[in-house]
Design a protein around this ligand. Sequence first.
Ligand SMILES: [Zn+2]
Length: 225
Amino acid sequence: MKSPFINIHIHKPCGEHVLCIRNLFPDDFYEKKEKHFGYFSVGIHPWYIKDAETLGKQLNVLEELVNHKGCLAIGEAGLDKVTETGWDLQEKAFIEQIRISERSGKPMIIHCVKAWDEILKLRKQEKPTVPWIIHGFNSSEQMARQLLDAGCRLSFGKMIMKPDSKTVNVLMNLKFDDFFLETDDDEIMIEQVYEKASEIRNESIEDLKLQQCNNFELIFGISPH
Ligand SMILES: [Zn+2]
């Protein structure tokens, strides 16, 4: 049986022959006029937290959407040291979402900018049993190891296309069930990411597709075939 390409994190509707998890924000559900989103993740991004009151409302919406049959994950959610959103508010939003994710048994898609220690600290503190998928991973091999040991998976996108990127070495040495591939909102096709990843890992695209399908089934409990 032919395996589809899997795109674990994308912001727009995805192409044919691709199984994707489209990322939505809670408001999207009511503002976009689409009736069917396919598989999606939904969460409160640290960039878009306005104030405590708005956050409360968004969390309520999230609690509902999480039960939707198309919802496979919570996120992207996380911590960002470069955005203007206040730290306390970010942390509160993240912790609440960790708990929603754990209650629903659905994994998280994590956005992390310069906050690795804090992400690891919260994973230790909250002790979730669901995996967290660190999307757009762009850090060292050492950090990759710490995250994997803590029960996270890594997801790679456009950074692996850059020849001098440190992520190339990380991806090269990972076990096949440690990672996913994505396009995020970048102007690249998932097929290109697979092509680059298969080159870096020195394995065929068909093997990579099959492995990614197995990982997907393992993490989300759904067979992509
Ligand atoms: Zn994204």
